[in-house]
Design a protein around this ligand. Sequence first.
Ligand code: SAH
Length: 245
Amino acid sequence: MDRKIEERRPWRAVPGLLAGALSCACGAGEDVDPFVNQRFFMVRAQIEARGIGDEEVLRAMRTVPRHLFVDELYQSEAYSDRPLPIGEGQTISQPFIVALMSSLAGIEPGDRVLEIGTGSGYQAAVLAELGADVWSIELLPTIGAAAARNLEAAGYGDVNLRVGDGYLGWPEAAPFDRVMVTAAPETIPQPLLDQLGENGRLVAPVGSSGTSQRLRVAMRHPDGSIALEDHGAVSFVPMVHGETP
Ligand code: SAH
């Protein structure tokens, strides 16, 4: 008996081996995610508690490692109830907003989804986790490069990324089943509506920043007409006009 214990804990005698012994404790060759409890708590306290019951969205939010989409400096706050800085004056959205927009978008596996404003890449990862094929456009090259690294590291390297002006959409990949805009334009850009397929749906914060943005859902009916819904006040960074090529 004594001998067995001795064998199971060889690192006791050699403290320098402790880190090595712990990192292979999971057996399957994968590192244990130290944030998993925080992530489950985030979903319960911030998302379900505010009335989001879309099981697939809740599952995706419990799965995507949000801490891999922020700078190391902010990792301990990655699951807190607020946006966080990602550089260049931009932010990763509050988890609840990501869940709300994902739920309003009504993503089905296999949907073609265009996101405007890649930012950290987190929302794109949530869309991919929901089974969507994702195309995402970011205006700022340094932010776009960081998003590519984050997505790769988190296991969502299949997301299609482009650095460019989201006001133009991604015409070569259109039509899209869903369009999600994560920076606020003053009005919904016409090219994004044009790139929606039949029964397509667009979710966007619309209005001038800071004061009067509303979360809007636009639905394209088969006859081409667009129906609009209002889902309340939100606060996003503005969607900036890129330089005309
Ligand atoms: N979805 C992001 C958060 C977006 S923050 C996430 O999950 O982290 C808004 C982003 O939109 C910023 O990175 C900003 O640079 C970008 N943006 C602003 N105007 C844009 C435009 N015209 N085209 C594409 N991206 C734009």
